[in-house]
Ligand binder design. Structure first.
Ligand SMILES: [Zn+2]
Ligand SMILES: [Zn+2]
Length: 244
């Protein structure tokens, strides 16, 4: 599996960058995980929207979904221009009916509700879900293919269930919206120390800090996480990638 960061800012994108969006590829199947503001623009520097095979959304906050509409337009227009494409499945939870309804557009994209208590197969990937602690329904995902595993926390404050959910993952993509001296609980986000604690308790092979804050020195997040977790820690950046 190849995992590539497209956008990694929490809440909104920094200038010329993007909020949450990650591309996962295996055996020629391309899955976009979240589709935040700026993702469609940043993705096109290395991957075209008409080549996507699926999209999966953790929740319906705009920093994770803002570019769904323009992704639909891109596929519509490329279709007019002669590009052959299948209807694109967009997987999301159906606990917000109005938001879920927006995932289907003409014969361009089709919203498919995932059942959070059931494993979902998308191409070569198996996806399991865990409800997070966040102001709106949001799901962490454990994505596996050929014995390798990636856990994406999506947006959440620290919760103990994340430990067993993330156990032994080859890569933990952990949100880190606050610094170690802050408390993310009320906002529904984790701190650097929470991220390090989760990575350590779950004994993951490596940690990627993402959904980064718009204040402070972000390198400090890595140092703070390292007080709890001694293996490889990276800060998300545009086109950061790993092949597992
Ligand atoms: Zn977010
Ligand atoms: Zn959110």
């Amino acid at each position: 599996m190849k995992f590539t960061v497209i956008g990694y800012w929490g809440g909104y994108p920094k200038a010329n960058e993007a909020s949450s969006g990650y591309l996962l590829e295996h055996n020629g199947f391309h899955l976009l995980i979240d589709c935040g503001s700026g993702v469609l623009s940043k993705m096109q520097s290395f991957f075209q929207p008409e080549d996507l095979n699926g999209v999966i959304l953790s929740h319906y906050h705009p920093d994770h979904t803002a570019d769904i509409g323009v992704l639909q337009h891109a596929r519509l227009i490329q279709g007019f221009l002669g590009k052959e494409m299948d209807c694109l499945p967009i997987y999301g939870h159906s606990q917000d009916e109005a938001e879920f309804a927006k995932l289907s557009y003409k014969n361009i994209t089709k919203g498919i509700a995932y059942e959070p208590d059931q494993a979902l197969t998308i191409g070569p990937f198996t996806v399991q879900f865990l409800l997070t602690d966040h102001p709106v329904p949001c799901y962490a995902m454990r994505i596996e293919a050929e014995g390798k595993s990636i856990v994406y926390t999506a947006d959440t404050s620290y919760k103990e269930e994340l430990v067993s959910f993330s156990s032994g993952a080859d890569l933990l993509v952990c949100e880190c919206n606050f610094y170690g001296n802050q408390n993310g609980k009320n906002a529904g986000h984790m701190t650097s120390v929470d991220a390090g604690t989760l990575a350590s308790k779950a004994n993951v092979r490596q940690l990627l800090l993402t959904h980064l804050p718009h204040f402070g020195q972000i390198e400090q997040l890595k140092e703070e996480a390292a007080t709890k977790y001694s293996r490889l820690i990276s800060l998300a950046s545009y086109q950061w990638s790993v092949t597992l």
